[in-house]
Design a protein around this ligand. Structure first.
Ligand SMILES: CSC[C@H]1O[C@H](OP(=O)(O)O)[C@H](O)[C@@H]1O
Ligand SMILES: Nc1ncnc2[nH]cnc12
Length: 312
């Protein structure tokens, strides 16, 4: 790391947020490491810029990598500075995020080490994490009916299926329960989530996905099941040891999966997706609720850092 540049000259449109057990992406050339300060504080880790040759043009494409829980896993799920993470990524040009997460399975058919691309979320966080950029005299409401980006999700799905039969088993859709933690669920809660139709459970999708939407960043999570939570009568209840043992055993597949997705996203044909075209300027109109006279000065400053030119 010592010789890496601390600045990067061009916008970086694609980012990976690594979760438990996916703290780096080996095999990609590291060209810079950025320490970005945002009005919401510092992100959970420096942002590493990796170079990846586009399979279509052969040109190097920059990819940003951020470690959700910090370089040493020092941030518990409720302590992850998600606003700083998302703001820092947007400030360097990111418009498409692939986020990785270790999840508990709530369904027999989703076995430990299977991958799943969630298409829905049920919010079971408890309102203790800052969850919006729109506050303090700037009211904004963005749509979240489909919390993940459908264009990104079909690319991720195609990539995952291309690896099937080669150690990767993929479920194309599912409802993700995002709980508060850091303690795992009780058996009654786990069974309740099953009765709601939950497919998998984690502690990290929110507020990350909501903030990405507010920041006009296309976002898709890739989940890897590491346990059957605590509902399964035959299986061992979730523990950190169980999560980590499955993550370690399947980390090559996880990295291969993410690498294949980055290959695909680097193709020119997907330029409109990674430039976040479908979300462009939605937060400009979302914040038009509040008349200029009612806007909080501090918030306008912060929001103008995030969206230069939007609120002049
Ligand atoms: C170590 S088990 C609980 C922990 O694992 C998941 O982390 P991530 O989503 O960052 O991969 C889960 O959300 C919890 O934070
Ligand atoms: N059972 C579980 N509950 C919440 N988060 C998890 N991450 C991995 N397994 C989990």
């Amino acid at each position: 790391m010592a010789d890496l540049a601390t600045t990067y000259p061009d916008p970086v449109q694609i980012a990976v947020i690594g979760g438990t057990g996916l703290r780096e992406l080996p095999g990609f050339a590291q060209v810079a490491t950025l320490s970005v300060e945002t009005p919401w504080g510092n992100p959970s880790s420096p942002i590493t810029i990796l170079h990846h040759n586009s399979p279509s043009s052969g040109k190097p494409i920059p990819i940003a990598f951020l470690s959700r829980h910090g370089l040493y896993h020092e941030y518990a799920p409720h302590e992850v500075p998600s606003r700083a993470n998302i703001a820092a990524l947007r400030s360097i040009g990111v418009r498409a995020v692939i986020a990785f997460s270790a999840v508990g399975s709530l369904q027999e058919a989703i076995r430990p080490r299977d991958f799943l691309i969630p298409d829905q979320i049920i919010d079971r966080t408890k309102g203790v994490r800052p969850w919006t950029f729109f506050e303090g005299g700037m009211v904004g409401h963005v749509g979240f009916a489909d919390p993940f980006d459908t264009a990104l999700s079909s690319i991720v799905s195609k990539c995952g299926h291309s690896l099937e039969g080669d150690g990767v088993k993929l479920h194309d859709s599912g409802t993700l329960i995002c709980m508060e933690g850091p303690q795992f669920s009780t058996r009654a809660e786990s069974n309740l989530y099953r009765s709601w139709g939950g497919s998998v459970i984690n502690m990290s999708a929110l507020p990350e996905a909501k903030l990405a939407r507010e920041a006009e960043i296309a976002y898709q999570m890739i989940c890897m099941a590491t346990d059957y939570d605590c509902w399964h009568s035959a299986g061992e209840s979730v523990s950190v040891e169980l999560v980590m043992s499955h993550m370690r055993a399947n980390s090559d597949n996880a990295r291969r999966f993410v690498g294949t997705v980055l290959d695909e996203l680097s193709k020119e044909e997907h330029a409109h997706i990674v430039s976040g075209e479908s979300l462009r300027e939605q937060s400009k109109s979302a914040a038009m609720m509040t008349g200029k006279e009612g806007r909080g000065e501090e918030t306008v400053k912060k929001m103008s850092w995030l969206f230069p030119g939007y609120y002049d």
